[in-house]
Design a protein around this ligand. Structure first.
Ligand SMILES: [Fe+2]
Length: 407
């Protein structure tokens, strides 16, 4: 597909994600770590304007210079910004103004790209591709932020009325053994990858075993019913502190109503389906569940060594199920790994201000692998490294168990 068509497609998909929203939903902001949809729409547009149009297109003038303060997320090199906790505090410019902003920036970018592919300067091409992957990351965030907002609404609103396809029958849990070896890890090929997926390098793997499928809600429920949330022996010290301080009793969005466990999702409040992949657990919960199960979480290197050449089949957001519908490791729920989010040996951030995209977050976070049912499929690669701090629960995060294999 020509770059200009990729641009049109990805930008349109953001509109598709927002299509079910009512006007008030655009400003919804239920937690300081989330952002309203209106901010996501402006911020992704600001990204193209700031990193492509202003530096490279002489005749382009900023749509509104005040937007730099409003829509800069975390780029210190680009200037001051509105604190994230206040992203829901401005009702003007309105939603229609933000859509107008998107339209003006789209016209300018499409103008740049409406030449033969060879005539697009390499720097513009690579920044547009980065901007499109950035936009796709925010498409997932729009949904997870909206889900959190709806979850605190006593009316339990549903983003969509379409019910997910029923889960496939659950295969019995077993562990497949993989021999120790030196594995090549990291992105390979000329396609886009974030700087944090590079450089490709060698990693020593000891023999290990990996579960044949994701952990289910039913399996996780057994941990709850066995008192897992009340026994510190399963928990990391930090995790136990967070668990107790927040009175965690179950994954985020799980509620006990009339004696039955329910979970809130983009379809509203539904009864727990034991065969569905568990989601919305923190690293701490995933780790505690693994220890209780006599297992552990896989390292990101074990994960990639197994799935590097797997076909990326899964629900992804393209299916519009908005729920995990299979127990496969790709495209259903992101899986917490036991790996700290660090640069690979020889890691070099992107040049200039864009160097702030990934590298400065390489502290106090864990890597997640696999993509989710809210991730666009064209955004995913098996070398993809997502990352969040260990207490994070509002993302579509689940569990894939691993074990040591003693020689
Ligand atoms: Fe962003």
């Amino acid at each position: 597909m020509r770059l200009v068509d990729q641009y049109r497609h990805v930008r349109h998909q953001t509109n598709v994600v927002c299509q079910p929203l009512q006007i008030e939903d655009y400003m919804a902001h239920s937690a300081p770590w989330a952002s309203p949809a209106k901010w996501h729409l402006g911020h992704t547009t600001w990204f193209f304007e700031t990193f492509i149009l202003i530096p490279f297109v002489q005749e382009y003038h900023a749509f509104d210079s005040r937007f730099n303060f409003l829509f800069n997320s975390y780029y210190n090199a680009v200037g001051d910004r509105l604190a994230r906790a206040h992203r829901g505090s401005w009702s003007r410019p309105g939603v229609s103004d933000i859509y107008r902003y998107r339209q003006v920036v789209d016209e300018a970018i499409i103008g740049c790209l409406s030449v033969s592919e060879e005539q697009i300067p390499q720097e513009i091409r690579s920044r547009v591709v980065l901007g499109l992957h950035h936009e796709q990351q925010h498409q997932e965030l729009i949904l997870t932020d909206l889900l959190h907002h709806f979850s605190v609404n006593p009316f339990c609103p549903a983003y969509t009325q379409r019910r997910p396809r029923p889960s496939t029958p659950v295969e019995a849990l077993h562990f497949e053994v993989f021999q120790g070896r030196i594995a090549e890890i990291g992105h390979v090929g000329d396609d886009f990858a974030f700087d944090n997926e590079l450089p490709r390098h060698r990693v020593l793997l000891h023999p290990f075993a990996l579960a044949n499928r994701l952990t289910t809600c039913g399996e996780y429920l057994a941990f709850i019913e066995a008192g897992g949330y009340h026994d510190p022996k399963w928990w990391l010290s930090d995790g136990w502190d967070v668990c107790r301080a927040n009175n965690w009793e179950a994954p985020l969005y799980w509620r006990r109503e009339q004696g039955k466990w329910h979970r809130f999702g983009l379809h509203g409040l539904v009864e727990i389906e034991p065969e569905q992949a568990v989601a919305h657990v923190s690293y701490y919960e995933a780790d505690a569940f693994a220890r209780w199960s006599g297992a552990r979480l896989a390292t990101e290197f074990e994960w990639e060594s197994v799935f590097a050449s797997a076909t990326p089949e899964g629900s992804f957001v393209d299916s519009q199920t908005y729920e995990p519908t299979t127990l496969r490791a790709i495209g259903e729920v992101w899986q917490w790994t036991a790996s700290a989010y660090l640069g690979y040996p020889g890691y070099r951030p992107f040049e200039g201000a864009l160097g702030e995209y990934n590298g400065k977050f390489m502290c106090n976070q864990f890597v997640l692998r696999g993509g989710s049912c809210l991730t666009p499929s064209s955004h995913f690669r098996t070398s993809y490294r997502n990352f969040f701090s260990p207490e994070t629960r509002w993302q579509m995060t689940g569990i894939l168990l691993a074990k040591d294999v003693l020689r």
